[in-house]
Design a protein around this ligand. Sequence first.
Ligand SMILES: [Ca+2]
Ligand SMILES: [Ca+2]
Length: 202
Amino acid sequence: MKTALKISIYIISIMLLLSTGALAFGTKATPAEYGQDLLPFANVDSVAKWDVPGVPYYLVPGIGGANVRISWWDGCAPGAQVWPPAPDMFASLTNFIYPSVVFLDNTVANTYTPADPIYLAIDANKHILATGDLRLSAPLAGTKIVDSAPDINRAYQMAPPYWYFGYVDLDSSGTFTLGDRVYLHTYAFSNKVVNGDLRISP
Ligand SMILES: [Ca+2]
Ligand SMILES: [Ca+2]
């Protein structure tokens, strides 16, 4: 088998794993993950963009934590911490002015339920999904809405104020480190991973 073909098959396999695997970016937490302790990011939980062609978006965690890429960019997968030799290491980021995590209230009216898709609206003043807003949940997690997308112009609900980005400290280091798993937590009454939480890093 030619090397190029082998590499293509490998890349496609990785992409399938990322898009359909049990721990893929943008999929909801599974029962095996429920009950794990979540640590909120300290000080900063903002989202930012890098003003280069293609414009990747990032989650910017607390002091000392590597940024987490949350959109596909130039072959770089969302959900990964930016770490050498990532080509976007040291990217100069610009904060969005009024970003908000939002959801489409597709199932069980007026409350977030695990089947409801989650987005990052980059300008929540618009109140509807617009070009450039980011899909945070599968399918198509990490991709942006374009003008002809079926979900453009959909009205959304803002995430409740108790939602937050946090991480499971898989290596028990007490801080956010490479390999810790990031979630968007959606439940008010505990700091543990629950049904409906969204996995940000695989
Ligand atoms: Ca709902
Ligand atoms: Ca850690």
